[in-house]
Design a protein around this ligand. Structure first.
Ligand code: ATP
Ligand code: ATP
Length: 220
């Protein structure tokens, strides 16, 4: 195998998820080989992506013929058809693809994908659902959880933090969160340090446990 495509990524399945993913990877400067069994999908994306081919990805021989073994990273973006998604991951595992990413539609689907050889399982509906719940019930503008009860959020500044340097405010002791970044009105995000003074309209990046971050983002 060439393994020349260090920079290349295969995306299998050009549904709503797969086509966005392939487009974003292309914009990030990666060569994308996109595969879909539906000729209409292939037709539709052929002008926007480098290489789009029509094929059934569950067939190991077909994947080999398409040169998929030259790639280190493959994403299986098939969702609704669990059978097609599992068989495709299995075929990729048989081909010894080092990094297999796969999209799951349910917890059980995720378990099956891991057990047949997916190295990374993504479950977009679950992840987005949980994230949006945090946004709806607080003032958070964005939220990301990292496991081990650690989260980072983008939150508008609260009144109690305006006008004094962070050194004096000791947000860790007072609010239970660390302020790691701040964006003053009209400026860009910057690392927040002891000397940072927040003004009205500032936006913060805070980190802490999920509860602490949620509580901070719920303060008036
Ligand atoms: P999305 O939510 O991303 O729109 P979906 O769940 O609605 O996806 P799926 O049935 O998961 O739709 O299909 C996603 C894409 O994967 C479709 O374009 C479909 O043609 C393609 N696909 C499904 N099975 C295979 C297969 N065996 N080989 C190649 N492509 C496939
Ligand atoms: P998801 O992607 O979140 O799994 P979906 O696209 O597969 O959703 P939808 O048809 O959007 O499925 O339905 C989501 C849920 O909303 C279903 O449980 C459905 O019963 C419910 N739902 C659909 N229409 C209505 C309605 N008019 N009133 C109340 N609930 C509804």
């Amino acid at each position: 195998a060439r393994k020349s495509d260090e920079n290349g990524i295969v995306v299998i399945g050009l549904g709503r998820f797969g086509c966005r993913l392939a487009g974003a990877l292309t914009r990030l400067g990666h060569e994308v080989l996109a595969i879909d069994r539906d000729p209409e999908k292939v037709q539709r994306w052929s002008s926007e992506l480098d290489r789009v081919v029509q094929a059934d990805a569950t067939e190991e021989g077909v994947l080999r013929q398409l040169g998929v073994t030259d790639f280190r990273r493959v994403v299986v973006a098939i969702g609704a058809s669990i059978e097609a998604s599992v068989l495709t991951v299995l075929a990729l595992a048989e081909l010894d693809i080092p990094q297999i990413w796969a999209r799951a539609n349910s917890e059980k689907h995720a378990k099956i994908l891991s057990s047949v050889g997916a190295n990374h399982v993504i479950f977009p509906e679950a992840e987005i659902g949980e994230r949006v719940a945090h946004l709806i019930v607080s003032r958070m503008l964005d939220f990301m959880e990292f496991g081990d009860d650690f989260a980072i959020a983008k939150v508008p500044v609260i009144d109690g933090m305006i006008g004094k340097p962070l050194r004096d405010l000791a947000p860790g002791e007072r609010y239970g969160v660390m302020v790691v970044g701040a964006k003053l009105p009209g400026e860009r995000f910057r690392y927040a340090g002891p000397d940072t003074v927040l003004t009205e309209g500032s936006v913060l990046i805070v980190e802490g446990s999920i509860d602490q971050v949620q509580r901070f983002a719920s303060m008036a």
